[in-house]
Design a protein around this ligand. Structure first.
Ligand code: IMP
Ligand code: MG
Length: 184
């Protein structure tokens, strides 16, 4: 890893690049077995999904297509506001489709509870939730992932697509920021 001003803000690495890649391979195999022949629609929740989704679709190698939706509940803080709004909507008809939601992290569950209901009203046939990270200790909605990469403790994490104030998404592993970063 080359020297970088981003790395200097990281207190500790929680999940390494190698661990992410190894788990992704397992997840790809699992998804392939579940969805072979079903032509699923991978639906990424922007922006956090984009690194994970790019890697996941390539290890999974399913005949499939993809779509994005942008939802926000976080106004650049580390706590959820509880309210979810659609910032960028679906650009296609999803009636009768098998949807694989691709999310960066399942935290309170607000975002995915909202999204699941929304997709059902739009006529989705079956909804499968895939999340890279799961933080079950903070759940307030009755939502579980069908497939999750890693369970993380109740700490705010960044990297591999996840941000703090729109930064740190381009760190290649999952890490925890130094406390002083939040005080800036
Ligand atoms: P939820 O609606 O509370 O489940 O939160 C979902 C969204 O909050 C995720 O898609 C992330 O964008 C963001 N989020 C929750 N926890 C973290 C974290 O530890 N780091 C970065 N983003 C987070
Ligand atoms: Mg997100």
């Amino acid at each position: 890893m080359q020297k970088s001003e981003l790395q200097a803000d990281i207190l500790k690495v929680l999940i390494t690049e190698e661990e992410i890649q190894a788990r992704l391979n397992e997840m790809g195999t699992e998804l392939y077995d579940r969805f072979e022949g079903k032509n699923p629609l991978f639906l990424g929740v922007l922006k956090g999904c984009f690194v994970f989704m790019a890697d996941l679709i390539r290890v999974t190698q399913l005949k499939s297509d993809l779509e994005f939706i942008a939802l926000s509940s976080y106004q650049n803080a580390t706590e959820s506001s509880g309210r979810v709004k659609i910032a960028h909507d679906l650009q296609q008809d999803i009636t009768g489709r098998d949807i694989i939601i691709v999310e960066d992290i399942l935290d309170s569950g607000n975002t995915l509870a909202f999204l699941k209901d929304y997709l059902l009203t739009k006529g989705a046939k079956e909804i499968t939730i895939v999340t890279l990270l799961d933080k079950p200790s903070r759940r307030t909605k009755a939502i579980t992932a069908d497939l999750s990469g890693f369970t993380v403790p109740d700490e705010f994490v960044v990297g591999y697509g996840l941000d703090y104030g729109q930064q740190y998404r381009n760190i290649p592993y999952i890490g925890v920021l130094k406390p002083e970063v939040y005080q800036k």
